[in-house]
Design a protein around this ligand. Structure first.
Ligand SMILES: [Zn+2]
Length: 185
């Protein structure tokens, strides 16, 4: 596992994880993950060009041509991640590492097994079950308070912040990318 970010907040969270995740789980996760990196830009989700509220994600890595699964990464989306408190940021990181432990226990079909973000009722149920399992693992690592902080902050602050700053964020993205988004959902 290579750490490809200098973000002070992420490094601090990773140190907290390293200190508490049992050695056996840590070994499994660090062998499974190819890299941990950060993105500094806001993301626009494909559906309706909304601001993507995801602060971090476990993602598969593929080779091109042929298209073969070749690894996994955790990506932190810094503009969102930084909206959390220190405790919430550790909760987010623990949650993603818990997903990685679960994925490591699957075969190469883990991206399908773990549920993609689709909008069918079955896919949403699968996704939510996976979310609960990840939170349960993170809590078993002694991050119960941080998982609670993550969930509370997401509902009370992070998502409302994104909604109330939608116009400014979209203007910022337009200036960055030099193209016009539609007026918004
Ligand atoms: Zn999750």
């Amino acid at each position: 596992m290579r750490i490809l970010t200098r973000s002070r907040q992420i490094r601090k969270a990773l140190r907290a994880l390293r200190a508490r995740i049992p050695a056996k789980d840590w070994q499994t996760i660090s062998a499974f993950l190819s890299r941990v990196r950060a993105e500094t830009a806001w993301r626009i989700s494909g559906i309706g060009e909304a601001i993507d509220p995801i602060s971090a994600a476990l993602q598969p890595l593929y080779t091109l041509n042929p298209w073969i699964l070749c690894g996994a990464e955790i990506v932190f989306v810094l503009p969102i991640y930084r909206l959390y408190t220190d405790s919430g940021m550790i909760g987010v990181a623990a949650h993603e590492f818990a997903h990685a432990l679960r994925a490591a226990r699957h075969d190469d079909d883990w991206p399908e097994k773990m549920g993609e973000r689709q909008l069918t009722p079955a896919a949403i149920r699968k996704y939510e079950a996976e979310e609960r399992r990840a939170n349960a693992i993170a809590s078993s690592w002694d991050f119960r308070a941080q998982i609670r902080a993550m969930r509370e902050e997401r509902g009370k602050f992070v998502n409302p912040y994104i909604r109330s700053h939608e116009i400014q964020i979209r203007r910022h993205i337009q200036q960055r990318d030099g193209y016009l988004l539609s007026p918004g959902p």
